[in-house]
Write a protein that binds this ligand. Structure first.
Ligand SMILES: [Zn+2]
Ligand SMILES: [Zn+2]
Length: 259
């Protein structure tokens, strides 16, 4: 069994199609997925989606893109959302200095609040980091050291941030980017991540892996990313699926009902 540790099933791309997506995932051997809410005011809808499907869990948070438009979330409100049995993590949160859609100071404050809320609620947190390696490492070091674990989702950062995240007990989740022809540097870093810290994800509807690159992504396609990751670790697809799925349930214990 494989797991898609990060997708966005509530996005309009999938409207009316979630039942079919979940079924196609199951047929492909993807028995569990975490759909990520990017705006807390949509948490109710995302939780409801997860409640309709045994194999779907969710994370709730405020994406760095939306901090300016939505306003900062209160730590206590975030922690409260994590009490629902289907909410396995807080996030995605973090820093995106590539698009800079929200002022950096606001992104940083939101990131810190999510980590504190996760510690308070005793759930892991999901990190989005793009072109922000140094500040992400600093905030992780200041807020997350010795606290609840987290995951660097859609990892595409540099080696220093990978090392810092691993040192702090975080997991590294690989997306379709690792399958792209020009991702040689990322594959080098991924090959050095210990097998017991690796996850895979689609980030669907985005970033479809080769050979689906350019198409709309969906959870079933995580098999292609997992195949590349297995190759990087020099192990069979079955061995990689077993290890990454174990990692997933260790990081997200609330998702164990679908194990
Ligand atoms: Zn993201
Ligand atoms: Zn995402």
């Amino acid at each position: 069994m494989l797991v898609d540790s990060h997708c966005h099933l509530d996005f309009p791309d999938f409207e009316g199609e979630v039942d079919a997506l979940v079924e196609r995932a199951r047929e492909a051997g993807v028995g569990c997925m975490v759909t990520i809410c990017t705006r807390p005011r949509q948490a109710g809808a995302v939780i409801a989606l997860a409640e309709r499907h045994e194999s779907v869990f969710c994370a709730v948070g405020l994406h760095p893109h939306h901090v300016a438009a939505e306003g900062l979330s209160e730590e206590g409100d975030l922690a409260g959302l994590a009490e629902h049995p289907k909410v396995v993590a807080l996030g995605e949160t973090g820093l995106d200095y590539h698009y800079d859609r929200s002022p950096r100071e606001l992104q940083q404050e939101s990131f810190r609040r999510h980590i504190r809320a996760a510690a308070r609620a005793d759930v892991p947190f999901v990190v989005h980091s793009r072109n922000a390696d140094t500040d992400t490492a600093t905030i992780l070091e200041e807020e997350a050291a010795g606290q609840v674990p987290g995951v660097m989702h859609c990892f595409s950062s540099g080696r220093a941030l990978a090392d810092k995240a691993l040192e702090l007990g975080l997991y590294i989740s690989l997306s379709g980017i690792v399958t792209f022809r020009n991702s040689e540097g990322l594959r080098d870093i991924a090959a050095d991540v210990p097998l017991d810290r690796l996850l895979v994800e689609t980030d669907a509807p985005f970033l479809a892996p080769v050979p689906m690159r350019g198409k709309r992504n969906e959870p079933a396609y995580v098999v292609h990313t997992a195949a590349v990751a297995a190759g990087l670790k020099g192990i069979s697809g079955e061995a990689f699926a077993a290890a990454s799925t174990d990692n997933f349930f260790r990081l997200f214990p609330k998702a164990r009902p679908c194990a």
